[in-house]
Design a protein around this ligand. Sequence first.
Ligand SMILES: NC(=O)C1=CN([C@@H]2O[C@H](COP(=O)(O)OP(=O)(O)OC[C@H]3O[C@@H](n4cnc5c(N)ncnc54)[C@H](OP(=O)(O)O)[C@@H]3O)[C@@H](O)[C@H]2O)C=CC1
Ligand SMILES: O=C(CO)COP(=O)(O)O
Length: 352
Amino acid sequence: MSKIAMIGAGSWATALAQVLAQKDYSAVLWARRQELADLINDGENSRYLPGIPLHAKVTADTDLERVLQGAEAVVFGVPSHCFRDLLKKALPFLQPGAQIINVAKGLEESTLLRLSQVFAQEVGEAALDRYTVLSGPSHAEEVGRNIPTAVVAASRNLATAEYVQDLFMSTNFRIYTNPDVTGVELSGALKNIIALGTGIADGLEYGDNTKAAMMTRGLAEITRLGFSMGAELLTFAGLAGVGDLIVTCTSMHSRNRRCGIEIGRGKTLEEAVESVKMVVEGVRTTRVAWQLAKQQGVEMPITEQIYRVLFENCSPRTAVMHLMGRGKKLEMEEIVSEKISCTMDQGREEKQ
Ligand SMILES: NC(=O)C1=CN([C@@H]2O[C@H](COP(=O)(O)OP(=O)(O)OC[C@H]3O[C@@H](n4cnc5c(N)ncnc54)[C@H](OP(=O)(O)O)[C@@H]3O)[C@@H](O)[C@H]2O)C=CC1
Ligand SMILES: O=C(CO)COP(=O)(O)O
């Protein structure tokens, strides 16, 4: 059977390799450290996905060229901040026409770009026809244990999205296709900010009401930013949107939520990130979203308060006080008015 290369050997890349190996693919993980490759080749990624015996077709190697040789598809499973660098390193060894699947949930901090835009800059706009983002409510710890999970494969090219759907689809891993790459990328990245926030609320020992309010209003501001950046509104109501927001804000598997809990309990950002021992994408994403909100002229009050807690020494309780003390609002105000004015503009253009 065919070979699939996985760039990165953390929890998510390992769990996805396990899904592919169970479908008889050879899933070869690229690890930057020999120690990690050895663990995987010994049958368990005890550093990132402990307690899950790996399928014999999951192997690891530190030689990037060897990993990529003959791979029909390449899954990038590394944190967003190293995507561009690893993509550049991988490019010379990619098989012509290889499918590229990105599973990272973040934005590039220095450029504020989505990762498909980073890919287009490095490989060329036309290559987006073989680029897919795979995203949705999917903790590695559960996928690795074959717990039923459903996610979205988004590509501008339907045939490419369907290739990824067929590649991963199994009895316990269900894939839907979606053409809205922008919406799927933004919702996957931005929900991590809200998960930091619900974690902080949990750390402060606020209740379920607070968490539900933060998730719902969080979704409203994610949707607002996403819509202003060209995403489809309905994507935010789907698996990659509200689905992933629910799982990340409520699960103890979530690294972002766990980091938030530690901050709410009084740890510094550095101490909280250190305690998680895996990537906490939401920290960088908060900086990016804070800047994007300003750039787009979009109100993101929760993101703004989380930014102040993470980077401006604002106490979590003060941040909550600021959120609760904001001026009176109509619940659907911005989203509805933007959509209506947009539809009206469209209607006017069509009439002319
Ligand atoms: N874990 C999950 O359940 C899910 C995660 N994701 C997303 O997948 C992406 C990866 O997350 P996850 O697997 O959890 O991360 P982990 O922290 O579990 O693993 C990160 C992996 O990336 C490697 N890595 C880190 N920095 C670099 C670098 N500068 N150069 C090369 N390799 C590097 C690590 O190697 P080393 O050990 O050598 O540091 C490790 O192999 C993130 O964007 C995350 O949001 C998406 C869905 C689910
Ligand atoms: O995206 C995820 C689940 O869908 C994982 O979230 P965390 O990075 O917070 O663990």
